[in-house]
Design a protein. Structure first.
Length: 295
């Protein structure tokens, strides 16, 4: 049951926090900012009957990193462990007085990507701390300055990129997720389709920035496994509305249920999916998803 799983997650959290406090015994290295949440978590693990904790355990890790031709720089990692951690990623915000806002945003997004790609479902606080120690200082010198930004803005006005993302999920059953997928696509003017069931397939197409926003929202939901299987980018000179419409292979975003008849009701009929993709001129994608020639 989910009850059992979260009890197990809670035990994992406590042993990881114990490990951190034994490795970093001093407040200036590691400090739990919400002792009450920690007490509640321990109570939950020790008492079968206890209610699921109401708040996340929050703590701060301070990391000193060497900067080339400078002294040590201190970074703070403000961390919160969602109740489902380590099944889901920890929430971490790295800060330093020497980082500009754009450097800080980039650093945090790169850390999240690193964790996402390497630690789905495993405790990763020490690895995250290691990564910050090794990589964070480099972001202080990263030039995200106006000059490089202005150049990209100038070219932006002439060239628009049309993107199509092919997303693969282990399964999509949850009706809230399915509604989110459709609502967000509509809000972002994306077309495509969503095939729920197991596996789950989502295709969205439209402006590159809208596709990226869609992906960043979708992947924040809790998934057993979700990834971009394939991505197509087309640069459009001029990039007006008509140009974009011309690139679309799907009229709107709709949910497609290719029911597999019979006992395996939740498994979609991949033959029907193949014919649907073939009609839209995307048959080659089938092979990328399932590694077999379609029929």
């Amino acid at each position: 049951t989910t009850e059992m799983a979260s009890q197990e997650d809670a035990e994992t959290q406590i042993s990881e926090l114990d490990l951190l406090s034994s490795m970093f015994p001093y407040e200036e290295e590691f400090a739990v900012t919400d002792q009450l949440a920690l007490a509640e978590l321990k109570h939950y693990v020790e008492n079968e009957s206890a209610e699921v904790p109401s708040s996340k355990v929050q703590f701060i890790l301070h990391v000193k990193a060497e900067v080339p031709n400078a002294s040590m720089v201190e970074f703070s990692m403000a961390c919160a462990l969602p109740l489902k951690y380590p099944t889901v990623l920890p929430e971490i915000t790295v800060r330093s007085s020497l980082l500009s806002r754009s450097q800080q945003i980039l650093l945090n997004s790169d850390l999240k990507t690193y964790l996402m790609q390497n630690f789905s479902g495993e405790p990763c606080m020490l690895s995250a701390r290691e990564w910050v120690k090794d990589h964070a200082a480099a972001y202080i010198d990263k030039d995200l300055s106006s000059s490089s930004m202005i150049a990209s803005d100038a070219t932006q006005s002439e060239v628009t990129t049309f993107t199509r993302l092919w997303i693969y999920s282990h399964h999509i059953y949850n009706k809230h997720k399915r509604k989110n997928i459709i609502d967000w696509a509509k809000e972002l003017s994306l077309s495509g389709f969503c095939m729920p069931g197991k596996p789950g397939v989502v295709c969205v197409e439209g402006l590159q920035s809208s596709c990226e926003e869609f992906w960043s929202r979708v992947r924040r939901l809790t998934w057993k496994r979700i990834l971009i299987r394939h991505r197509e980018d087309v640069s459009l000179e001029g990039g007006g509305h008509a140009e974009i419409q011309k690139q679309r292979k799907f009229p709107a975003l709709e949910e497609k249920c290719f029911d597999a008849h019979g006992a395996r009701g939740n498994h979609m009929d991949l033959g029907q999916l193949y014919h649907f993709l073939e009609e839209k001129g995307c048959a080659d994608i089938f092979q990328m998803y399932f590694g077999v020639e379609g029929h």
